[in-house]
Design a protein around this ligand. Structure first.
Ligand SMILES: [Zn+2]
Length: 304
């Protein structure tokens, strides 16, 4: 997201509720109905895509159509943010068709290959959840693409191809963003860490796909940048989870302290400013820079 929620840590009730609202806005507004006879998506086509890399590494991309048919690498937890995914068989069929028509398995594979070429690392598996958006606005705001890195070896994509006519071009950005999380997996205890984790992931994706910028990386108008930064900066040492709700997600669901996704945009702009001043640094080198060093310059959102 994206709300990109990037860590599969044990979540508090508050955080879980917040994530439900903000990642997909599905669970709060819709009740997952029990599967009725005939609801199963009658589709025998294989829904897994194997990727073999030249160095011997492998990953699998798997589409989950509904909770009842989850298989590896998709754990039950992928549905914690999308309780009603798969509840409408017609919707699911349509989006499976769109997924195939757009060639999105190939897009995910190519994005993983490009990401590894730019920043070597173990490729994660990718679990794709065809998430429904009619019950909530967030996935639509995100252009039908949300992501979460839930473990170093597993990325979950929440995708609604029917919500984005340009999804083939835009999906790779999110793959690159989540790949960055996977290969830089670590504990991120403070708000500062979260801000720069997301900023670096967005910047990495932008390096690979400069004509694509996820809505959360350009969430602020020019006159919102400085006021948002003034609010965020004093909170950088606060615990990561509280910071994430208030300042990364932001917006009316979290008290409107800052506009929605302000932290994602500010984080990205901080990394842009730092990277522009250090063009010699590779993505891997940027990932190793201590978070505090990115605060030496104000966020540069002019080019965003
Ligand atoms: Zn992220």
């Amino acid at each position: 997201m994206t709300l990109y929620k990037s860590r599969a840590e044990p979540v508090s009730d508050r955080t879980r509720t917040a994530s439900l609202l903000l990642l997909l806005a599905l669970s709060v507004l819709a009740c997952a109905r029990a599967e009725a006879p005939g609801d199963r998506v009658a589709d025998a086509r294989p829904r897994a895509h194997q990727i073999a890399f030249e160095d011997g590494a492998e990953s699998t991309v798997w589409i989950t159509r509904q909770r009842s048919e989850l298989v590896a690498p998709c754990p039950e937890s992928v549905y914690q943010f999308s309780a009603d995914a798969g509840s409408d068989p017609e919707w699911t069929r349509r989006n499976l068709e769109l997924w195939d028509e757009a060639g999105l398995f190939g897009a995910v594979e190519q994005a993983l290959r490009s990401s590894r070429a730019a920043m070597p690392g173990a490729p994660p598996d990718v679990c794709v959840v065809l998430a429904e958006s009619p019950s909530g606005p967030v996935l639509e705001l995100m252009g039908g693409i949300g992501g979460a890195t839930v473990a170093p070896d597993l990325v979950v994509l929440y995708v609604a191809p029917s919500l984005n006519s340009d999804i083939l071009r835009e999906l790779p950005f999110t793959i690159a963003h989540e790949y960055h999380h996977a290969v830089t997996w670590a504990q991120w205890p403070t708000g500062l860490d979260v801000l720069l984790r997301e900023g670096r992931a967005h910047h990495f994706a932008w390096l690979l796909y400069p004509d694509v910028l996820h809505p959360s990386a350009r969430a602020l108008s020019p006159d919102q940048v400085d006021p948002s930064w003034e609010r965020i900066r004093p909170a950088l040492e606060s615990p990561a989870r509280e910071f994430q709700d208030t300042f990364m997600f932001g917006g009316p669901w979290f008290g409107s302290v800052v506009p929605r996704w302000a932290g994602y945009t500010i984080g990205y702009c901080l990394v842009r400013a730092y990277a522009d001043a250090h063009p010699e640094l590779s993505p891997a080198s940027l990932a190793a820079v201590p978070s505090a060093e990115f605060l030496a310059r104000p966020p540069d959102c002019d080019a965003v």
